[in-house]
Ligand binder design. Structure first.
Ligand SMILES: [Zn+2]
Length: 214
C-alpha cells in the first residue's frame, strides 16, 4: 500500500463510525496500543495496590479496555496524582456512576461487552510531569493520537487551563497529517485566545509548546 492510501485509511479509521470502516479503526487502535504497551507497564486493579512507583506522581495516562481481539474504548487524562486518579476511575466505574457522562459511557460499554473490572487497564504515558502546561499539552497530543469516532471516551480535547506560549488561554487546537520523508506525521497546532496575540504554536509529542515558524 502506498503512503497516500495509508493516509486515506488513517483518516477513515479515525473519523468514521460506519460499520464498514470498523476493521480499519480496530487495526489502527491495535497498532497504537502496541506502541504504547511496548515501553510502558500496563496496570489494572489487580496490580495497582502494590504499584508504589506511581504514588504521588503527576502525569498523563491512557485508560482503555480490550476484549479478545477488540478494543472497547480509550480515554486519555492527566492528573497531579495519577495513582489516586486510577483508583477513582475504578471506584466510579464499580459504583456505576450515572451522573458523569464519562462513567455513563464507560459503563455502557462494560455492560454491552460483559467486561470485568480487571479488563479496565491503564498505561502511564509520562510521569514526573510537574509542569501543568506540559501535562495539558501532552494530554492534548495523546487525545488526538487515540481519537476515533467510535471508541474515544474523551468528549473534549483541550483543557481550559492550557496556556499559549505567552501565557494566554488557548482558543482552539487542530490536528493535521502530513507526509514527510515517506512517513505520515501528525501535526498538532493551537491558537491563542487573546485577540492581540497572533501566536500560533505547535504541540510536540513530548508535550512541549513551541511557536510556529521559529
Ligand atoms: Zn497568546
Amino acid at each position: 500500500m502506498n503512503i497516500q492510501q495509508q493516509l486515506e485509511n488513517l483518516q477513515l479509521a479515525k473519523s468514521k463510525k460506519d460499520v464498514k470502516y470498523e476493521q480499519l479503526t480496530q487495526t489502527y487502535l491495535h497498532q497504537i496500543l502496541a506502541e504504547y504497551k511496548s515501553d510502558h507497564k500496563v496496570y489494572n486493579y489487580l496490580n495497582l495496590n502494590e504499584s508504589t512507583e506511581l504514588k504521588d506522581k503527576a502525569g498523563v495516562y491512557l485508560m482503555f479496555a480490550e476484549q479478545e481481539k477488540n478494543i472497547i474504548f480509550t480515554y486519555v487524562g492527566e492528573s497531579t496524582k495519577i495513582w489516586n486518579r486510577f483508583k477513582r476511575h475504578l471506584d466510579e466505574i464499580k459504583k456505576g456512576n450515572k451522573k458523569l457522562s464519562l462513567y455513563k459511557k464507560i459503563n455502557y460499554r462494560i455492560n454491552t461487552h460483559n467486561l470485568k473490572l480487571e479488563d479496565i487497564k491503564f498505561i502511564v504515558i509520562a510521569d514526573n510531569l510537574e509542569d501543568e502546561n506540559q501535562r495539558l499539552a501532552l494530554e492534548v497530543w495523546n487525545i488526538y493520537k487515540t481519537k476515533t469516532k467510535n471508541y474515544s471516551m474523551n468528549s473534549k480535547i483541550c483543557s481550559r487551563r492550557l496556556k499559549c506560549p505567552l501565557g494566554h488561554g488557548v482558543c482552539r487546537t487542530k490536528m493535521q497529517f502530513v507526509i514527510d520523508d515517506n512517513q505520515i506525521k501528525m501535526i498538532i497546532s493551537g491558537i491563542s485566545k487573546s485577540k492581540k496575540c497572533k501566536e500560533r504554536f505547535l504541540i510536540t509529542e513530548t508535550g512541549n509548546i513551541i511557536l510556529k515558524n521559529k
